[in-house]
Design a protein around this ligand. Structure first.
Ligand SMILES: Nc1ncnc2c1ncn2[C@@H]1O[C@H](COP(=O)(O)OP(=O)(O)OP(=O)(O)O)[C@@H](O)[C@H]1O
Ligand SMILES: [Mg+2]
Length: 313
């Protein structure tokens, strides 16, 4: 049973570290400062001694730009407790298509495999596939929390992508269940045939079926953990149109069972419209808001990001 907002062993020993969810997503409209805030938050956690992975699930990665560091497909250690990864979406997609193709080849009747293969080629070239391959990779990474990482901070692509990312485990489950049913039928038919010709009917475990069941369990775990052990921190700038979109995103997240964390109001100008900022605070009073000023210089690099956090109101 997963505990809501479980505290990891390390955090448990430190009374100064509040009970926060171990997985935090930064989401919001394009350009509001998701990547900046995700990087700043990850630095903050790492500075407090938590082994933190900052992961980009935006196919147009920009963590390297925000941190001013070269990053890559595998996690790069950038500080004592901080690792950052910008996964190669195309490589993740190729691995994923290969795996689905292998599963299909072993689970489905041979005569429909050419059609399945054509379908996979089409699907792989289709829109959203890179994002869904990254979502798959995210699920794998979530399994490493808390054993490998105390905290996982996820920088995501703008709102629509984040919604698809969060819903992917439920969307994939029927496909995996369908494959498992097909495979079960094939295994039963083999057993029947062996019985008819007088062979032994000992029950042998089928490795593919086990893999499909394991995959289904992984998807179910991911769907549960995304709701029980993660939160989404929405970032917005104090403008009416951005507030309207953030409001819709917040409703959809709440309606589908996700937890909303503190809302970050970013790039607040000194002469902010008091009506807009008042509405933002009122709308998200339940979650609480923090406000970051619009700085004269873009906050790029760890020092500037840490500095931005000290100005959070
Ligand atoms: N508080 C701030 N003051 C000034 N500039 C900021 C602030 N926060 C972010 N920026 C700048 O705003 C731009 C967008 O920031 P960032 O890339 O973090 O946004 P994003 O929401 O991740 O964008 P995208 O939707 O493209 O992923 C960058 O140039 C960043 O340096
Ligand atoms: Mg970004």
């Amino acid at each position: 049973m997963l505990l809501r907002f479980r505290r990891t062993a390390r955090a448990e020993q430190d009374p100064d570290i509040p009970a926060v969810p171990s997985i935090v997503f930064f989401g919001g409209k394009g350009g509001v400062g998701k990547t900046t805030m995700a990087a700043a938050h990850a630095l903050h956690l790492a500075d407090r001694g938590l082994r933190t992975l900052l992961l980009s699930t935006d196919p147009a990665h920009s963590l390297g730009d925000v941190l001013a560091m070269p990053l890559g497909d595998t996690a790069v250690q950038v500080g004592e407790n901080l690792w950052v990864r910008e996964p190669d979406a195309d490589a993740a997609l190729r691995r994923r298509v290969r795996r689905i193709g292998d599963d299909a080849a072993r689970a489905l009747p041979r005569e429909i495999l050419p059609a399945v293969s054509r379908h996979l080629d089409h699907a792989a070239a289709g829109p959203g596939m890179a994002e869904s391959a990254l979502a798959d990779l995210l699920m794998g990474t979530m399994e490493e929390v808390p054993d490998v990482w105390d905290r996982l901070v996820v920088d995501s692509a703008p709102t629509g992508h984040l919604m698809r990312l969060l819903h992917l485990p439920e969307l994939l489950t029927p496909w995996v269940e369908g494959l498992a049913r097909q495979r079960e039928r094939a295994v039963d038919a083999d057993r029947f045939a062996i019985g008819v010709i007088g062979g032994t009917q000992e029950r042998t475990d089928d490795p593919l079926l086990e893999r499909l069941h394991a995959r289904r369990r992984e998807l179910e775990r991911a769907a549960a953990r995304l709701r029980e052990d993660a939160e989404v921190r929405l970032v917005l700038v104090p403008r009416r149109m951005v507030l309207a979109e953030t409001d819709r995103a917040a409703k959809e997240l709440a309606d589908t069972g996700f937890s909303l964390g503190t809302v970050v109001v970013n790039q607040v100008p000194a002469d902010v419209d008091p009506g807009v900022i008042g509405d933002v605070r009122a709308r998200f009073a339940e979650q609480g808001t923090v406000e970051a000023p619009l700085t004269g210089r873009e906050p790029i690099g760890p020092d500037a990001l840490r500095d931005l956090l000290t100005h959070l109101a």
